[in-house]
Design a protein around this ligand. Structure first.
Ligand code: ATP
Length: 256
């Protein structure tokens, strides 16, 4: 299978903080790939580097064989990025925003109208896609932003925390869109904090810790319990017992 994204030895520091410490990764055509990691592990930094929004100190990024550092415009043309908090233009309607993106992506008007109509139906946006974006909830904004990513059918989708704010039907649609995009030869790279979602949606998972790839897992080879155990082992994190906080004599006013 062709490589859609190849990251080699990425290093990125913010001041003294090293966010990425030699991260390497290869995502192939046809894959849905999930990035998992504890808070501050470097997931968003990685995705922003792929999107060309953050410049690494060293390392390389290739999108479908194109050196994204040397040819950022060419890499952007064949990829789509959705941040964890997408923003639309508040005074434009969702449909106007999607038309704007379609024009920027140089889609011909007939294809863009038909794809916008498709997404409108798939993400159940009838009834509000012609309202101004300033009136949208987070989940509605997310549905328009995801539709914008799917408009141009890029080689690579880069999506930060896609499920946050989506209702169950939209989450299901998003999953099906990703699967169909991957089946048509694209690759989807997404980050999530939710292990069951990663298991359900992704073909492979990369666990990141301290700016490095700690493990690569085929989701078909592991269950939820196994993934949780591996995640906690590799990242040195674990939920602590909170019962003592609410026990008799606890420091909470009015309790105990
Ligand atoms: P989360 O799961 O909490 O969203 P993450 O895995 O996406 O975390 P990043 O946002 O990539 O992690 O952050 C990695 C490290 O880089 C963290 O220590 C964070 O504090 C730091 N960092 C990220 N962006 C900046 C910035 N603009 N300035 C300074 N430090 C930053």
């Amino acid at each position: 299978m062709d490589s859609r994204l190849r990251l080699e030895s990425l290093v990125k520091s913010y001041g003294r903080k090293r966010a990425l410490d030699g991260l390497s990764l290869d995502v192939r055509s046809g894959e849905i790939f999930g990035l998992l990691g504890p808070n501050g592990a470097g997931k968003t930094t990685t995705l922003k580097i792929v999107a060309g929004l953050v410049i690494p100190d060293s390392g390389t990024v290739e999108v479908s064989g194109i050196d994204a550092m040397r040819h950022p415009d060419r890499a952007r043309e064949i990829s789509a990025f959705v941040p964890d908090q997408p923003t639309l233009y508040p005074k434009l309607t969702g449909r106007e925003f999607l038309r704007f993106i379609a024009r920027a992506r140089r889609l011909d008007p007939a294809s863009s109208e038909s794809r916008i109509g498709f997404c409108e139906e798939l993400f159940d946006m009838q009834g509000w896609l012609d309202a101004r974006a300033e009136s949208y909830s987070h989940g509605m904004t997310q549905r328009v932003a995801l539709s914008a990513a799917f408009l141009s059918k890029p080689d690579l989708y880069v999506i930060d925390e896609p499920m946050v704010g989506l209702d169950p039907a939209s989450a299901g649609t998003f999953h099906r869109m990703c699967r169909a995009a991957a089946d048509s030869g694209s690759a989807v790279v997404l980050s999530t904090h939710t292990l069951p979602i990663a298991l359900r949606i992704c073909d492979r998972i990369g666990i990141i810790n301290g700016g490095r790839l700690a493990s690569l897992v085929e989701t078909s080879s592991i269950g939820e319990e196994g993934l949780e155990k591996l995640f906690f082992e590799l990242t040195g994190t674990a939920p602590l017992d909170a019962a003592g906080y609410f026990a008799a004599g606890s420091p909470l006013p009015g309790i105990g």
